[in-house]
Design a protein around this ligand. Structure first.
Ligand code: ADQ
Length: 470
């Protein structure tokens, strides 16, 4: 190490999944800005990532990818059903997203959630060097902070919730609500995407545990928990660079030609999740074709839906409903060789995704509820041409920052149709002004800045000033 380099404390990250996927030659980093931002930081600090490989019963030994140590946590096939698909994705996920679907509350699933969280805490306790920093991610691991602190009070523990934290009125339905709040209070820094998540959590801590809170600091017997807001972002430079590439430009022209060179390409890109409002957006598109405000010869929609959580019934139902709607709309308005809705139930490569963003004149991001929504930010970053309109739900975290989008309440079908018409008919000058505003906003904060802000706040956590008694 040279004299100018600052020694960094090793950082340990825990997330349900390891940041890698299996390839023909072994392992490669998973796609996505979060992994791209965190891996170099782990490598430089000599850190480790603790998580599941994604394969049931996979008891892989520790290994390393691109110089980063990975510590697998084994999860059995039965636990995948109970802890992951069950408690996490059929219990917590709907509850944390405005109870859009009925949650399952099942004590066998809860027991598996506790057991897997304990396994993560044990793995972290065994791996972490003295006084290191541990950063735990997301709703699958909310008990880990407390379980880890009980074993290792020398560690500095941070937690970031990628999804919304619900209002107390909804959260209090959860039979294990106090255990979850106690679990999260094991950390020194607790981060949320939006101010609303922080406020909701603090209220739950007050109502359920009579927590003593001053200025977003919660007093615990052994330590303080600082509650903060850290809106996540994307790797802006990577998206822009790919968007500017010659191959991307060629692919964009090819995509538009294949779509029949329509006047306006409307685009949706989401995991096929019922929180994302895909059906609603298709219905709005159909209503506008019906009323004649959109014309199938001039306006074409592309909906990319990534396969996800296919073992969970709500997701199977959602897929059937979306595919039924696509079939109905195409049956009615398509012409031979020219469907009016192009539907891809596929995971696309990064370059193809960016070419599609560039090909999209109007991007429809209409979730009922979303922690942030990175697609909205990626679309703006990809539009280096300065054109394109983003229609964005007020219920996505991104709406706090992306105020130059056409913001809409997706529950209001008239408002949604009106927002689509506004976007399609928007004058070029206004489009460019709004896109400039969106791009200026995302330039202010990329995913690296997000991670740096969280970690520097976490680093400072043990030095929080004592709270004056009020
Ligand atoms: P997600 O619910 O997965 O994330 P989102 O933020 O939109 O939602 O991220 C999806 C990512 O997957 C994007 O980076 C997108 O490019 C990619 N993607 C989507 N469809 C794809 C496809 N067909 N092929 C390839 N890639 C595809 C959760 C929360 C969000 C929060 C993020 C990050 O639900 O609210 O923004 O975590 O904190």
């Amino acid at each position: 190490m040279t004299a100018t380099e600052t020694p960094r404390q090793p950082i340990i990250i825990a997330a349900n999944r390891l940041p890698v996927m299996r390839t023909d030659d072994g392992w490669a980093p998973s796609p996505g800005g979060l992994v791209r931002a965190l891996l170099p930081m782990l490598r430089d600090s000599g850190g480790t990532w603790v998580g599941w490989t994604g394969e049931p019963d996979d008891a892989a030994e520790p290994f390393s990818v691109e110089g980063v140590d990975l510590q697998p946590v084994a999860i059995s096939a039965e636990e995948v059903g109970l802890y992951y698909e069950g408690f996490s994705n059929d219990g917590l996920w709907p509850l944390y997203h405005d109870a859009l679907r009925e949650s399952t509350y099942d004590s066998d699933q809860w027991d598996a959630y506790v057991a897997v969280n304990q396994r993560f805490a044990d793995a972290l306790a065994a791996t972490a060097e003295p006084n290191s920093i541990v950063w735990i991610h997301d709703y699958q691991l909310q008990l880990v902070p407390k379980m880890l602190r009980e074993q290792r009070d020398d560690l500095t523990i941070g937690f970031f919730l990628h999804i919304p934290f619900p209002p107390f009125e909804l959260f209090s339905r959860l039979p294990w609500r106090s255990e979850i709040v106690e679990g999260l209070l094991g950390c020194d820094l607790l981060g949320f995407q939006r101010p609303m998540g922080a406020t909701n959590f603090i209220r739950s801590a007050q109502e359920l545990l009579q927590a003593d809170v001053h200025d977003r600091i919660i007093e615990n017997p052994s330590h303080q928990t600082l509650v903060g807001v850290f809106p996540i972002s994307i790797d802006v430079a990577e998206v822009e660079e790919t968007a500017a590439g010659r191959l991307t430009r060629q692919r964009m022209s090819q995509i538009r030609a294949r779509l029949g060179d329509p006047e306006v390409v409307l685009l949706g890109v989401d995991r096929l999740d019922y929180t994302k409002g895909i059906g609603l957006r298709l219905e709005a598109f159909a209503a506008l074709l019906e009323s004649g405000e959109l014309d199938p010869e001039r306006h074409v929609m592309v909906q990319v839906a990534t396969p996800t959580r296919e073992g969970v019934e709500h997701y199977q139902d959602e897929r059937h409903e979306i595919e039924r709607l696509v079939g109905e709309i195409n049956g009615r308005y398509s012409r031979i060789g020219l469907p009016v809705v192009h539907y891809l139930y596929q995971t696309l490569g990064f370059e193809e995704l960016i070419a599609l963003y560039r090909a999209g004149d109007v991007m429809l991001v209409t979730p009922f509820r979303d922690g942030m929504n990175l697609v909205a930010k990626e679309y703006a970053a990809a539009h280096i041409d300065g054109d394109g309109v983003l229609v964005l739900s007020e219920f996505a975290g991104a709406a706090d920052e992306l105020t130059d989008a056409v913001l809409v309440n997706p529950h209001d079908d008239n408002a949604l149709q009106q927002a689509i018409v506004t976007a399609v008919e928007m004058h070029r000058r206004e489009r460019r002004e709004r896109m400039a505003g969106l791009r200026e906003q995302i330039q202010k904060s990329d995913v690296q800045g997000w991670a740096d802000r969280f970690l520097s706040q976490l680093n400072a956590a043990p030095e929080l000033p004592p709270i004056a008694n009020t």
